[in-house]
Design a protein around this ligand. Structure first.
Ligand code: NAD
Length: 501
């Protein structure tokens, strides 16, 4: 086992400049404090590693006023798409230059390893940002011929224009904090919108740094505002605020439902990226040498704190024993440790609350008859560690098979020859991701078509790309992150009809 508690001695000066201090919010380009502050904890040891303002309804109001002013007046309102593209590309360069620092800060606040935070909070979202920057110059409506119906003697020129949806409120979770922030901000800014962002109270530092870098890149004051605070206060105030035109939310289905209900009062546009319980299906003809580590990665990647984590595994009876044995080996071989220790393969969960939630689920599985064949424990240490867990002998009626755990817990189910794997995969209220592991190409294609999920993978799981839209169906929400779809959801279509008779 690696070191369990983070040692800050080797942190870079840049990371130390961000950590261990009180931060401000960013409103109208100004640093704004508050009367109360929220401590941010390192989940490897529970130590306070800094604090952020506990924003209020009034902070949200000020941020919305700034965002609306920047949307309607000033340089952003008249800025050409190529200029927005240039600024966003500059922002991507600045994030990349600071990549190691941001990865360290993220490792401390979220407990994920440096390799993970560098890849998924810096390199990947920087690519997403560059992709979106390019989209800024590809916004176009349509022209069409009209007038045949009710005014045949008249001639018209008709077209559609795509315009920014307005002020966008981004509300994000803690699992990949900087990536989530960039996913929200990039398409909104590329489309010409202005933004009020609320990071998770558990992991707010990199979003705040992103705001500073945005100013440095040339994004005008007021275009990108950040309000920190508690979800039920700051997040709820954003959803209720009549000055916000669209809410782009990522988080739990429970909160997503609240937001959809509250936001409907002011007819807000919405993108809701919610929870998941994604199935992985291992067929009898799968290449097990590749599938077993692939499936293990599908669940244990990012400590299972992935919305699309493959947390329900269905294995054909012919290969069940072999797959289970392989997965137990994979789970037991993962080196747990502190996020800054380079030998660590899996850090703690994001918080003690998250650890308790995951352990409660494991306990419920046990009570309902599941067999813990790997992990299932917390470590005797103040950090929020949970050992990578495999639950065998699970069935569809168990909570661990139906509910999102959001931790390193895999529920394994056996299926028989002739069982309909599409029905098994669809046996969930969620519809975010799904994967099938097989060498049968037609089976794979049929699965892709029939499964109700936003993304379907074949012989892989959790592969995302800036050019591939990512979103869910059913209780996993609606709308997309990334690709053209994300930017289009920040634009509204206006129709124009011009009499040229
Ligand atoms: P959460 O729903 O508790 O919180 C998410 C954000 O919403 C936080 O910033 C929080 O402060 C805020 N919030 C809380 N209550 C609010 C309210 N009443 N009004 C407005 N905002 C409020 O989720 P979490 O625990 O931070 O994150 C884990 C969840 O996120 C999991 O369910 C996971 O599946 C989901 N998630 C989904 C995706 C996706 O793309 N579908 C990606 C990552 C995480």
């Amino acid at each position: 086992m690696a070191e369990l508690s983070n040692n800050y001695d080797n942190l870079s000066d840049g990371a130390l400049d961000i950590l261990f201090k009180s931060h401000d919010m960013l409103i109208g380009g100004q640093r704004v404090g508050a009367s109360d502050y929220i401590d941010v904890l390192d989940p490897t040891n529970g130590k306070v590693v800094g604090s952020v303002p506990k924003g209020t309804k009034e902070s949200v109001n000020q941020a919305v006023i700034s965002a609306r002013r920047a949307l309607e007046h000033g340089s952003w309102a008249t800025m050409r798409p190529y200029e927005r593209e240039k600024i966003l590309l500059k922002l991507a360069d600045l994030i990349e230059l600071e990549g190691d620092i941001l990865a360290e800060v993220e490792a401390v606040e979220s407990g994920r390893t440096l390799m993970n935070t560098r890849l998924f909070d810096v390199d990947f979202p920087v690519n997403c940002l560059r992709y979106m920057a390019g989209c800024a110059t590809k916004i176009h409506g349509k022209t069409t011929t009209i007038g045949q119906g009710f005014a045949p003697s008249m001639e018209f020129f008709a077209c559609t224009l795509l315009e920014p949806v307005g002020v966008v409120g981004g509300i994000i979770p803690w699992n990949v904090p900087l990536c989530q922030a960039i996913w929200k901000v990039a398409p909104a800014l590329a489309a010409g919108c202005t933004v009020v962002l609320k990071p998770s109270e558990m992991t707010p530092f990199t979003a705040l740094r992103l705001g500073e870098l945005a100013l440095e890149a040339g994004i005008p004051e007021g275009v990108f505002n950040i309000v920190t605070g508690i979800g039920s206060e700051v997040g709820a105030a954003m959803v209720e605020h009549p000055g916000i035109d669209k809410i782009s939310f990522t988080g739990s289905t429970l909160v997503g439902h609240r937001i959809a209900t509250a936001g409907s009062k002011t007819f807000k546009k919405m993108t809701l990226e919610l929870g998941g319980k994604s199935p992985m299906i291992v067929m009898h003809d799968a290449d097990l040498e590749a599938s077993i580590p692939g499936v293990a990665m599908g669940i244990y990647g990012n400590h299972g704190q992935n919305c699309c984590a493959g947390s329900r595994l269905y294995v054909h009876e012919k290969v069940y024993d072999k797959v289970l044995e392989g997965l137990i080996e994979e789970a037991n071989s993962i080196v747990l440790g502190s996020s800054l220790d380079p030998t660590t393969q899996m850090g703690p969960l994001a918080s003690i609350a998250q650890q308790s939630r995951v352990l409660r689920y494991i306990e419920s599985g046990k009570e309902e008859g599941a067999e813990i064949v790997a992990g299932g424990e917390r470590l005797d240490h103040p950090g929020a560690y949970v050992t990578p867990t495999v639950l065998a002998e699970t069935n569809r009626d168990m909570k661990v098979v139906q509910e999102e755990i959001f931790g390193p817990v895999l529920s394994v189910l056996r299926f028989k020859e002739g069982d309909d794997v599409v029905s098994l995969a669809n046996d969930s209220e969620y519809g975010l991701g799904a994967s099938i592991w097989t060498q049968n190409l037609s089976k794979a294609h049929q699965f892709v078509r029939q499964v109700k999920a936003g993304t379907v993978w074949v012989n892989t799981h959790n592969i995302l790309d800036p050019a591939i839209p990512f979103g869910g169906v059913k209780s996993s929400g609606y709308g997309h992150e990334m690709a053209e779809e994300a930017m289009l959801s920040h634009l509204i279509t206006k129709s124009a009809v011009i009499n040229i008779t």
